[in-house]
Write a protein that binds this ligand. Structure first.
Ligand SMILES: C[S@@+](CC[C@H](N)C(=O)[O-])C[C@H]1O[C@@H](n2cnc3c(N)ncnc32)[C@H](O)[C@@H]1O
Length: 364
């Protein structure tokens, strides 16, 4: 078939209804992206928290409550109104944030505050020019390129990990609470902002906790907090896990969303295996997706997770000379790689409290 014939055929088969529906979908996406950017602003400025406290209120009243400039607050409220987040009463000039919406937008709504994750879109957008250049040269970007990444990741984990840790996550490892009460050695690999460890060190004073991370700025605040609170059972160390074959001898190794973006995830899993004492266990939380793109087509967070993979998780691994496994390495490959690292018994669980992750309890 000639190119001209193919083109003609394509034109006659052009489905105008399908095109119209797609244009509508894209325009909806444009609107939703605006909402997410303004959701991040609403979270960081404290506007959602203030609005939940005083609504229904006018823009002037909200601006006074949040101690912000009224002109900007009014414009932000217009976005929230047209997005269906707040109800606007034109007669009174008041805005209402329904309790059902506040539950997912305010700090009081933690661990379900989705506005926390909205900030990641801003973090990713800030490196758009650099990533565009990486599309050409195939190289990566280092953590220090990502501005507020550690801060936002820490905020996400403070609710997704720390708030769920004792009631929901640790019970996945049978008997772990009792062992922590008696006293064991625990390490959190790629600990990031360290909130999980701060909580554990306070809750289980007879156990000893270590947090390691490539970036010391990630755990700086937590390390200061540990000293201030006199937590002598908690240390944070800057360490590149890819440079060692063992991290020491531990009864429990934790890794929360810290395997897929490593330089060499397979080597890291083997290092974890080498760091376990007899009877020790590895508790790993990582992104809940499939290793096959076709299985992720209806994933509720598919586009968001592949976007984070393109903008952050893949480039930080590539920048370390790594594999660039990607955020959506998938639970199939994760199980396979745990097996290759010498974990003979692996159980995977999902928790309704955290839609982002799957949990793996792995023993040699
Ligand atoms: C997605 S963040 C997760 C942080 C933390 N576990 C949490 O739940 O918030 C991944 C972490 O792994 C750390 N990391 C990446 N490569 C590393 C390496 N080679 N050695 C040690 N840590 C590394 C990063 O600095 C980052 O803090």
């Amino acid at each position: 078939m000639t190119t001209a014939t193919a083109l003609r055929q394509q034109q006659t088969e052009f489905d105008a209804g399908k095109a119209q529906a797609f244009a509508g979908k894209l325009l909806g996406a444009l609107n939703n992206s605006a909402l997410i950017l303004m959701t991040s602003i609403g979270h960081r400025s404290g506007l959602f928290d203030a609005l939940a406290g005083v609504s229904p209120c006018t823009a002037v009243e909200l601006a006074a409550e949040a101690d912000l400039a009224e002109r900007y607050v009014r414009e932000w409220l217009a976005v929230m109104t047209t997005s269906g987040v707040v109800d606007y009463d034109p007669k009174r000039g008041t805005y209402l944030l329904p309790a059902e919406h506040a539950a997912f937008l305010t700090r009081a709504g933690a661990p379900n505050n989705i506005a926390v994750s909205a900030q990641m879109v801003g973090v990713a957008s800030a490196v758009e020019d650099e990533i565009l250049a990486r599309f050409k040269d195939g190289k990566g970007l280092h953590y220090h390129h990502y501005g507020r990444f550690h801060e936002v990741m820490g905020e996400h984990s403070a609710q997704a990990v720390a708030m769920n840790l004792i009631p929901h996550i640790l019970p996945l490892v049978e008997g772990s609470i009792g062992l922590l009460q008696k006293g064991i050695d625990v390490i959190d690999v790629g600990c990031g902002a360290g909130d999980a460890l701060l909580l554990l060190a306070q809750q289980f004073p007879k156990s000893r906790f270590t947090g390691i991370d490539l970036c010391d700025d990630a755990f700086e605040v937590a390390a200061e907090t540990a000293v201030r609170k006199g937590l002598t059972n908690l240390v944070f160390k800057e360490q590149d896990v890819s440079t060692v074959r063992s991290l020491g001898a531990f009864d429990l190794v934790l890794a929360f969303d810290a395997v897929h973006d490593q330089k060499d995830p397979q080597a890291m899993l083997t290092t974890v295996r080498h760091s376990l004492r007899e009877g020790g266990v590895f508790l790993m939380a990582d992104i809940d997706g499939s290793s096959k793109l076709e299985n992720n087509i209806s994933h509720p967070l598919g586009a968001y997770l592949y976007m984070m993979s393109t903008m952050h998780c893949t480039p930080v691994s590539l920048a370390q000379g790594g594999a660039g496994l990607g955020t959506m390495w998938g639970v199939e490959l994760a199980s396979e790689m745990l097996g290759r690292a010498g974990f003979g018994k692996v159980a995977m669980t999902r928790l309704p409290q955290n839609p982002f992750d799957a949990y793996f309890v792995a023993r040699p």
